[in-house]
Design a protein around this ligand. Sequence first.
Ligand code: BGP
Length: 487
Amino acid sequence: MRNGKRKADAKMPMKMPEGFLWGGAVAAHQIEGAWNVDDRGPSVCDVMTAGGPHRPRRITNGVLPGEYYPNHDGIDFYHTYEHDLDLFQEMGFSCFRTSISWSRIFPRGDEDEPSEAGLAFYDKLFDAMHARGIEPVVTISHFEMPYHLAKEYGGFRDRRLIDFYLRFCEVIFKRYHNKVRWWMLFNEINNQTDVTRDIYAFTNSGVTYTPADNRRQVMYQVVHNELVAGARARQLARQIDPKMKIGCMVAWVPIYPASADPADQMSALDAMHDRFLFTDVYLRGHYPAYIRKQWKREGIQIDIHDGDLEALREGTVDFIGLSYYMSSASRAGATGDADERGFESSVSNPYLEKSAWGWNIDPTGLTYTLATLYERYEVPLFVVENGFGAYDIPDESGYIADDYRIDYLRKHIAALERAVVDEGVEVIGYTVWGCIDVVSFTTGEMEKRYGMIYVDRDNEGHGTLERRRKKSFYWYQHVIETNGEEL
Ligand code: BGP
């Protein structure tokens, strides 16, 4: 109900349009394992140890003996993908999002020629998906930069990364353009605006800050280099095959004003600039006035080369891929980062419950997100991550009745449908994050489970890797079967 009554089309069923893509989402580094098989070189996530809800992951100097790196094995999807795809097909998936592991194709990242073994794996994976009526949705770089590029070049601090990324794109576009229609450039490229978290700079851009760094200066320069790389990749895709749809991918956490105090509204507006910056450049093709003023105020100098701004202008994307998990709030003058959302004025929202990892639960925030993004850009949106991380406790028979996950997903899919039916937002599809239990990104835990499929593996790497259907498996199967009409 909005403004006291449903809009004029209230009689319309709350279901998705024909052709809507339903599925699940993962990332190579969190699912594949086989970290050093068939030529694959270490990626930045292969030097991140396991952590926990209150124990940050550590980034080690190389792969060290005696440390536990959960991404090395993932859930061994590299060897089990046929079986896992059978389970996704059983749920009725029409699409499945994963990434191409950059260091499986270019083990060090600066080679001239790619690994044929790496390319052959993704040929087999995409063929297996199509054989089951599942359309691939591919993230080009999902926190998987070859560790060599981070270690030897400093990641995107070095402009040569633009060319290395473009070479990677050229190889995979030419190889898979007849098998993959939906592509996204960089996963959650905006995470790195939170310069207090080393894990974000490292996984977004291969950057390790030094004590001498002005972190915001470094971050915005690196962001510029990455935005140019993405725009030029978009132009390359257009030349190789215009049928390819290239999207950006952003982590969207809408920031509400903590009160009706106009100062809080301005505080929220300012805080949102570190999100809108990315979609504004990706969709409008230029740097907005607010960021230029902000750089001037902070004395930030961006090294912009000839042709960069033209590339941004010409390389705008076709759609916005986004992850949505939570919302946040901002109070003018707050300095405590109470809500840990990576911006100084963040405060907790007393109207929302939180997950066991402190993530706000706000389905309405998804409707608000989709409506505001669509109003601003009027391009199709793709919800490529939404899910509920929780401790799943099997009963004595091993069954998991994850009603809490069904409840979270039901409310968020209903919110998605309100955006489509009430606001007219064009949404390409919806892929549940971690449709099968995978290694958590922020904590490296297996026990922060998102899946409708349980995987028998614990935080220390013990377990049989057996897959088991949870209660949510059958619930989501019915949601897809009714195209979202019955939640
Ligand atoms: C997003 C990442 C995903 C996934 C998800 C869940 O930021 O794009 O890779 O990890 O968060 O977060 P986590 O795994 O930390 O619980």
